[in-house]
Design a protein around this ligand. Structure first.
Ligand SMILES: NC(=O)c1ccc[n+]([C@@H]2O[C@H](COP(=O)([O-])OP(=O)(O)OC[C@H]3O[C@@H](n4cnc5c(N)ncnc54)[C@H](OP(=O)(O)O)[C@@H]3O)[C@@H](O)[C@H]2O)c1
Length: 329
């Protein structure tokens, strides 16, 4: 069995959870962390059990014991950090959203394919038991042809200093939270077209965004996200032969129910241990063992399609960040 040594870029909250789950994957181990601050890197390395902390992302990717890189810094700089890994020839798993617009994501993925280096957006939901089972059930016709769906994900962030409210850090609901309902709708129903959006803006970011789209099979989809509204964080898929209700939290559900037209209800329990990142790590290892440059389960095309939807929503709601010249092209 090949053993993979991981290096983590960005010494923040989500990287801490990722490091904990990595400890539960038998053929992976944490080697090092990289932070923009050398002092923080050293303290964080000790906290998460890494052998060393590097005071720059460049040093992290150059570490000879690092075989695979996880990017868990601000999405403002996901593409920049991932590019360092790709240029060093190291496979990389990049937190969601992979970038702030489709163009920059496409450029990174082109480079990765050209250099034959694996890149995957860390859309962990795709690999969890709950959504894996849900996708299979809908594909197998458990509720017939899907007619309509609604997916909501909204948090009520109490801290006004949070990066979620900071336009300079690409804050707002769409990129941080909305990426989930968009991605999950795509996983279950396929491509989304005819996208319409409306947002409540505040402080230079979208605080809450509602989206509507149509799938290639004609299903009508409603998606909602927010950073200052505690939405139900559930989903409903209604087909011509039944209905599926996904319990909260939508992006890592432990249970969903399937109801047929006669009212017969099946409760599908899909619990998992840890934070839920173990499954995406296993996927990366399997892809690397097969020499792939992308995952067939969350491909470059899936990530690009999600970003195309987010670009279109951004154009419609007028979400432009201070580091940009204008809306996504
Ligand atoms: N998968 C999930 O469930 C999940 C959940 C939450 C967040 N996320 C994603 O993970 C990423 C990090 O979120 P978080 O909650 O962990 O945030 P966080 O605790 O604020 O950590 C973000 C890290 O980004 C770096 N950073 C801070 N300001 C930056 C700036 N202005 N420019 C570039 N980098 C900066 C810092 O790394 P240094 O150590 O280098 O200073 C910091 O440790 C976000 O993209 C978010 O969307 C995913």
């Amino acid at each position: 069995m090949t053993e993979y040594g991981w290096g983590i870029i960005g010494a923040g909250r989500i990287s801490r959870e990722f490091a904990a789950d990595l400890g539960n994957v038998p053929d992976g181990h944490l080697v090092a962390v990289g932070s923009r601050s050398p002092d923080h890197a050293a303290a964080y390395a000790e906290e998460v059990g890494a052998a060393r902390g590097h005071g720059s992302y460049e040093d992290l990717v150059a570490d000879a014991d690092v075989d695979v890189v996880y990017v868990g810094n601000d999405h403002l700089d996901h593409v920049g950090a991932a590019r360092l890994a790709v240029e060093a020839g190291k496979p990389v798993l990049v937190e969601k959203p992979l970038g702030t617009d489709r163009e920059q994501v496409a450029e990174l993925l082109r480079l990765a394919v050209e250099r034959r280096v694996f890149v995957m957006e860390a859309m962990w939901s795709r690999f969890l038991p709950g959504l894996t089972e849900l996708i299979a059930r809908v594909a197998d016709g458990a509720i017939g042809t899907v007619r309509t769906a609604q997916l909501d994900l909204g948090i009520d962030q109490p801290d006004p200093e949070s990066r979620l409210f900071d336009p300079a850090r690409a804050g707002g609901a769409l990129l941080d939270v909305g990426v989930y309902p968009i991605s999950i709708a795509r996983m279950v129903l396929g491509g989304l077209a005819d996208v319409r959006a409306s947002a409540r803006m505040g402080g230079g970011v979208d605080l809450a965004t509602d989206m509507w789209a149509v799938t290639s099979d004609g299903a009508r989809v409603r998606l909602r996200c927010a950073v200052d509204e505690p939405l139900a964080n559930t989903a409903t898929f209604v087909g011509d032969a039944g209905r599926i209700q996904v319990d909260q939290p939508l992006h890592h559900p432990g249970r969903f129910t399937v109801e047929d037209l006669a009212g017969e209800v099946e409760v599908v329990e899909t619990p998992f241990a840890g934070h839920g990142f173990e499954f995406e790590i296993v996927e990366v290892h399997e892809c690397l063992a097969q020499g792939l440059v992308q995952s067939p389960r969350w491909s470059h095309g899936d990530t690009l399609a999600t970003h195309a939807v987010m670009d279109e929503v951004r154009r419609q709601i007028g979400l432009v960040y201070p580091f940009e010249d204008g809306p996504p092209a």
